[in-house]
Ligand binder design. Structure first.
Ligand code: FMN
Length: 337
């Protein structure tokens, strides 16, 4: 399949793996890129720019295909040295950076001087337009369903994607709630040139996380995520667990007086406990509603091959079948999983 995104990033399939804290290590990024998608290393999971340089080199040893790095500009407890991280990205020969959180405007000159394509993750049309205006090459349009930070507009992809298509000149991918061929074809129908998946890629053989995390995703339904930190205007969609229930209790008690310090133990330092130790009750970790569509733990290549084969079947048989007036079996209409 050829789209503006496959051409822009030099990849075979229009599928991107979003940056994920404590998941987006070289193993996963390389597996996605080897399978023809665009793998992304999560920059800030590497505690220093030097460690990021090593992670990029490790990934380069595992794949000859293009891969990118995610740089997240979020309010954190201590601001990371972004210029040094960008230097490591440039020196590592990376040609795609996924930015997220605050606008990457102040870092655009440094990224562009390195010949880097920038895809900025946005949860609204206005932020997408701003990204276009400051010179981003593409946008990852992230709907309210998404794992992680859906913003404060609560706009699901059925509305957000067609609105983005109406306004944007640069290409965009659909992000949030994407799991399979149905997601990809729907995203293309709504004007996207591909899709970005986070949560789905965690439930793969190569994702370098504890087996408990993968099993929890297979077990979870679409009803099992919660929104935390709404009162701080830093909303995050997470998988429910004992730590999250405690966090929500504190949020209810404190109401408008809530400060980040009040929930420090439930949101800070949780990722290594979950992803490395497999402690599934440790607190808030990002997870999308798409957990309800995850039923297995394939290899990344099996997942991507299946998506592309099913997408072709949906387009060539189911959709053109409607135009040709061919009879559709009800089971075939639901078929793709
Ligand atoms: C465990 C996890 C960690 C994430 N960490 C980051 C991150 O550090 N930076 C970022 O920009 N996005 C992060 N995301 C968001 C993903 O890149 C992606 O935008 C999102 O997962 C898409 O929604 P989906 O989970 O429904 O596919 C994270 C998502 C998950 C599930």
């Amino acid at each position: 399949m050829k789209t503006a995104i496959t051409e822009m990033f030099g990849i075979e399939h229009p599928i991107i793996q979003g940056g994920m804290h404590y998941v987006g290590f070289a193993e996963l990024a390389a597996a996605v890129s080897n399978a023809g998608g665009l793998g992304i290393i999560t920059g800030l999971t590497q505690r220093t720019p030097e460690l990021l340089a090593k992670e990029i080199a490790r990934c380069r040893d595992m794949t000859d295909n293009p891969f990118g790095v995610n740089l997240t500009f979020l309010p954190t407890f201590s601001a990371p040295p972004y210029p040094e991280y960008i230097a490591a990205i440039r020196e590592g020969g990376i040609k795609v950076v996924e930015t997220a959180g605050r606008s990457p405007e102040q870092y655009m000159p440094a990224l562009k001087a390195g010949g880097i394509k920038v895809i900025h993750k946005c949860t609204s049309v206005r932020h997408s337009l701003k990204a276009e205006q400051i010179g981003c090459d593409a946008v990852s349009v992230d709907g309210f369903e998404c794992g992680g930070h859906p913003g404060e507009d609560d706009m699901p992809n059925m509305i957000l994607l067609p609105r983005a298509a109406e306004e944007l000149k640069i290409p965009f991918v659909a992000s949030g709630g994407m799991a399979d061929a149905r997601s990809l074809v729907a995203a293309l129908a709504m004007g996207a040139a591909g899709m970005n998946m986070g949560t789905r890629f965690i439930a793969t053989k190569e994702a370098p996380v504890h087996q408990n995390v993968k099993d929890a995703l297979v077990k979870a339904s679409e009803l099992d995520t919660r929104l935390v930190m709404r009162g701080l205007r830093n909303t995050e969609r997470v998988l429910n667990n004992k730590g999250v229930e405690h966090l929500l209790e504190i949020e209810r008690e404190k109401g408008r007086q809530l400060k980040i310090e009040d929930i420090h133990d439930q949101v800070a330092g949780v990722y290594p406990k979950v992803m490395i130790d497999g402690d599934m009750d440790a607190g808030a970790w990002s997870c999308g509603m798409v957990a309800g569509l995850i039923r297995d733990i394939p290899t990344v290549k099996e997942l991507i091959d299946r998506i592309m084969a099913d997408a072709e079947r949906i387009i060539r048989q189911r959709l053109t079948g409607f135009l040709d007036g061919a009879e559709q079996k009800p089971a075939a209409a639901r078929a793709i999983a």
